[in-house]
Design a binder for this molecule. Structure first.
Ligand code: AQP
Length: 319
């Protein structure tokens, strides 16, 4: 089976976009891929962070993955900090990467632009991301547009290492699963729905209660055309609502005579999708979730260890 690695940052506020764009495709691919769901908690340390929040968010993402239907018997759920081979390979790959390659990453430029102190790890985390992927021999990595440059770096490093030191890494491929929907911000529909948007008005968090969902959707930005039509260029807000409805119900939306009617139907569909997830989330015990993470680690470590050994020998170290 194809090895696939899907990553999630534990930044809190997991939203409908993460569910429809990444978690659901992961659940759907469980029987046809050998999947790992990785929570990139090490990446959360690259910016100013609250230690308790990172820990809580890591557990929250793992719990949400389980609540959304990820089956831990088929998909290993791991945190990258708990599999030490990630950081070990990170250093070895740093010895393959150039400073300029890391410095020209768009996310590094954007996140370091504020003028405050910049953590060195912010510069090097794309190399850690390459290690996250290569250590497991992942063949496929679902990536959104903003991560495609990082995936390209992982491919470059793998190809370069293989060429210099002999065939060591599987070269990963960036994919967009067929069922992955791209969900836009409800208050600014030309931007994607995002965890880090300063205002929560544009996103539906996966644990939002129905009243909040209703409120956020009722205030979603539309336009003055007055016609419900899928036309992302001219009617991004309405088109986004139609896309959400289609993704939630797995059906082509019917006809709507008003924006109000569309919003009511979208609200019902989102509430119906999120209700069971919220209910399962509430039932999951944090101790059980930690056990699942420990099991995931145990499952993936032998292969990760073999990759690191192979890499060390190839690059000239004692094994
Ligand atoms: N709006 C979205 N629509 C569809 N898919 C989305 N993803 C993120 N936003 C949308 C997908 O969710 C997965 C996990 O994302 P991540 O945790 O790596 O965070 P991200 O891609 O940086 O996007 P976020 O969640 O909005 O966080 P911030 O605000 O920090 O950028 C990925 O597969 C991603 O494509």
């Amino acid at each position: 089976m194809i090895k696939r690695l899907t990553g999630f940052q534990p930044t809190g506020n997991l939203h409908l976009g993460n569910l429809l764009g990444a978690m659901r495709p992961l659940v759907e691919a469980q029987s046809t891929t050998d999947s790992i769901a990785m929570i990139a908690d090490l990446h959360a340390l690259t910016m100013e962070h609250d230690p308790a929040a990172v820990r809580a968010n890591t557990l929250e993402v793992a719990t949400l993955l389980l609540a959304a239907g990820v089956d831990p018997r088929r998909t290993a759920i791991i945190a990258n900090s708990q599999v030490p081979e990630h950081t070990e390979l990170h250093y070895l790959l740093e010895c393959t990467a150039a400073f300029g390659e890391a410095a020209r990453m768009i996310q590094f430029k954007e996140k370091s632009a504020g003028g405050g102190p910049v953590r060195l790890s912010l510069l090097t985390y794309p190399v850690l991301m390459a290690a996250d992927i290569l250590v497991h021999g992942a063949e496929q990595v679902p990536v959104g547009d903003d991560q495609s440059q990082h995936l390209e770096l992982a491919r470059t490093l793998a190809l370069r290492f293989n060429a210099r030191y002999g065939e060591t890494f599987t070269v990963p491929e960036g994919i967009r699963p067929e069922s992955a929907a791209r969900i836009m911000d409800l208050s600014d529909p030309v931007r994607k729905m995002s965890k880090s948007a300063p205002s929560p008005a544009g996103r539906i968090a996966l644990l939002d209660p129905p009243e909040t969902i209703r409120k956020v959707i009722s205030r979603a930005v539309t336009d003055t055309a007055g016609v419900v039509r899928h036309d992302p260029e001219n009617q991004p807000g309405v088109s986004n609502l139609l896309a959400i409805l289609a993704a939630c119900t797995d059906e082509k939306p019917g006809e709507f005579t008003s924006y109000g009617a569309l919003k009511r139907e979208v609200t019902d569909a989102v509430v119906a999708l999120l209700d069971p997830i919220r209910a399962r989330y509430a039932e999951l015990d944090p101790g059980y979730v930690r056990e699942i993470l420990a099991e995931g680690r145990t499952r993936v470590r032998p292969a990760a260890l073999a990759t690191v050994r192979r890499t060390k020998v190839a690059i000239g170290l004692l094994d």
